[in-house]
Design a protein. Structure first.
Length: 311
């Protein structure tokens, strides 16, 4: 393989042939002197051999392919330090962005890598592929990893409406407060650290780790069809057997009632199993997470949902 200079890439195919073979002009038709033997493949009109013409066609094809590829590059629109839109391609994109604010970012297909530092970030969609989203901002809202096994890492003051989408995702969020964190479909691994935590693993057999840095209990939503989840926590927790408004209203009919559930407790552990399905949630408490070693629980009604409060 050989490299072409910039002027070769932008020249016409005929010019490229001339440069490669050192030809500056075609021979004059009335050139004086003895006749010169030319192989049958020689074209007297153009002054090129068959091999040179073939090479010209190859170069033209390569040039057209590169030209078409350049039209499919990722794009970023920015005004005064604010990213108003950014779009990836169907291939694996790598975008590293810094801005005062960022809005409406879509990486489309491919295994994309997005690194973002911003004051605020809203509307980020990873699209298809196994994406890696590394985001730091004061506010992060409306993030969807899309299809694929995504890695989503966030550091923020407030995270609102973040989902891994379809696939076995890994989600790590450190925030003062987070609301509407949803693993989506698939067997997800979720790590949440913050003062106020409202989340769900979504459907699939999820593993959730909670590091509560505040005084209020973390809250997890769990409904019919959510699978068999395992939760590890360093403090008290509330299990809401319904979905709050942040997750939408489409799962109201999937809520559990106390009579639908079997609950067992042991040292440092509480297990809830559905009598109606294979759904179950196991909560493991770190040493010192509860007032007593064996969890104590009560049911309360809140905003139309039954909430299991474990202390």
């Amino acid at each position: 393989m050989f490299g072409l200079s910039t002027n070769l890439c932008t020249a016409s195919a005929r010019d490229v042939v001339d440069q490669l073979f050192g030809r500056t002009h075609k021979p004059a038709a009335d050139s004086a002197g003895p006749s010169t033997f030319r192989p049958p493949s020689y074209d007297a009109d153009t002054g090129t051999t068959a091999s040179q013409r073939a090479l010209a066609n190859i170069i033209a094809i390569i040039y057209n392919m590169e030209h078409q590829a350049s039209e499919a590059e990722a794009t970023v629109s920015e005004e005064g330090g604010h990213i108003t839109t950014a779009a990836g391609t169907e291939d694996a994109d790598k975008l590293d962005m810094k801005a005062s604010s960022a809005f409406n970012i879509s990486t489309r297909g491919g295994d994309d890598t997005i690194t973002m530092k911003a004051g605020t970030l809203a509307l980020l969609n990873g699209g298809g592929g196994n994406d890696t989203l590394n985001v730091a901002a004061s506010y992060i809202g409306d993030v969807d990893g899309g299809d694929g096994n995504d890695m989503i890492q966030m550091k923020t003051d407030l995270a609102l409406g973040v989902t891994g989408g379809n696939g076995n995702d890994t989600i790590k969020i450190s925030a003062d407060a987070m609301l509407g964190i949803d693993g989506g479909a698939g067997d997800d691994t979720i790590y949440l650290e913050g003062n106020r935590i409202f989340a769900t693993g979504g459907t699939g057999n999820d593993t959730i780790t909670i590091r509560n840095t505040g005084d209020d209990p973390a809250e997890l939503s769990f409904v019919k069809g959510d699978g068999k989840d395992t939760v590890g926590t360093n403090g008290p927790i509330d299990i809401r057997f319904g979905y709050p408004a942040i997750f939408g209203t489409g799962k109201t009919s999937f809520a559990f009632a106390p009579d639908d559930l079997d609950i067992s407790v042991s040292q440092g552990q509480l297990i809830v199993k559905s009598r109606l399905s294979d759904d179950a949630i196991t909560i493991d408490f770190e040493a010192g997470a509860l007032e007593q070693g064996v969890p104590r629980y009560t049911f309360e009604m809140d905003k139309g949902d039954y909430v299991l409060k474990v202390r």
